[in-house]
Design a protein. Structure first.
Length: 274
């Protein structure tokens, strides 16, 4: 009879929900929390916290620190999380958020990943406007001329970014393209500080783009998204009209991938600005 539903729902669901709250609190903590910290944050009584932590520890989902007074995520949970992330397809995760971004801005939206020192378009949602930027899936575009490329570089590990920059051939695609490595580094540093990048007719004439990275749990770029707008339709207050919904979309996708803002990401931005 213990497995039968009760009027309050599945038996054990309340304990499960409380356990999930504890795991989330431990994951979000900047330093390993104590029982008191967890009780205060989750509003659960300390005896309940002790009991749940004992069960989570036994299952390998939580582990005690060497001193025995604070708690961290356990190896079993980390393994499960890594397997879940490995099974995720960035296109499936991002698509609904990019669709909303297209509807919010009215413009064409792209999703790109790094491939062979270029950005490869793996998803695009076209504007409903008669005049719009078109792009086929599977097309590769340069890192230095695109908003997705600069956003990706700005939030890549420093050694990978510098290695890619050294290999790039800075060809002038439109007459507006960056052809100086120093100028490109300056734009990447700006993108790292702001969290978003631009392409001002650098890859295609009469097309402006805004880009932002999609980050993994370490704050490293795994992809980038962009909005492409014909110059004649570019609206004023771009940061409100285009950048704000773009950042909302990329942040939502990044959170699904386990990203949480922290000091290490701020440090990444500083290193890109050097």
């Amino acid at each position: 009879m213990d497995d039968q539903p009760t009027p309050d729902g599945i038996k054990g669901a309340a304990a499960l929900n409380k356990g999930i709250k504890l795991l989330a609190a431990i994951a979000d903590a900047e330093v390993p929390p104590s029982v008191r910290d967890l009780s205060d944050q989750t509003m659960l009584p300390r005896p309940t916290v002790y009991r749940l932590l004992a069960a989570l520890t036994e299952a390998g989902l939580v582990r005690q620190s060497s001193g025995g007074h604070t708690y961290q995520l356990g190896a079993t949970l980390v393994t499960i999380a890594h397997r879940a992330l490995d099974q995720m397809d960035i296109r499936d995760i991002a698509h609904e958020h990019l669709l909303k971004l297209r509807d919010d801005t009215g413009e064409t939206v792209h999703l790109a990943v790094f491939s062979n020192d270029a950005m490869l378009y793996v998803d695009n949602i076209e504007s409903r406007e008669r005049v719009r930027m078109k792009c086929s899936l599977g097309v590769s575009v340069p890192l230095h001329t695109t908003a997705v490329g600069k956003a990706y570089l700005a939030f890549s590990p420093e050694d990978q970014r510098e290695s890619a920059l050294q290999r790039l051939k800075l060809e002038d695609v439109t007459g507006h393209s960056i052809t100086s490595r120093d100028a490109l580094r300056a734009q990447i540093a700006d993108a790292a500080r702001r969290g978003w990048s631009t392409d001002e007719e650098e890859n295609e004439r009469d097309i402006f783009c805004f880009g932002a990275p999609i980050l993994d749990r370490r704050g490293n770029a795994v992809a980038a998204a962009s909005i492409s707008i014909p110059r004649f339709r570019l609206r004023p207050m771009a940061e409100t009209v285009y950048v704000a919904p773009l950042l909302e979309a990329t942040t939502n996708v990044s959170r699904i991938l386990g990203y949480r803002p922290n000091a290490s990401v701020a440090g990444k931005a500083k290193s890109a600005a050097r």
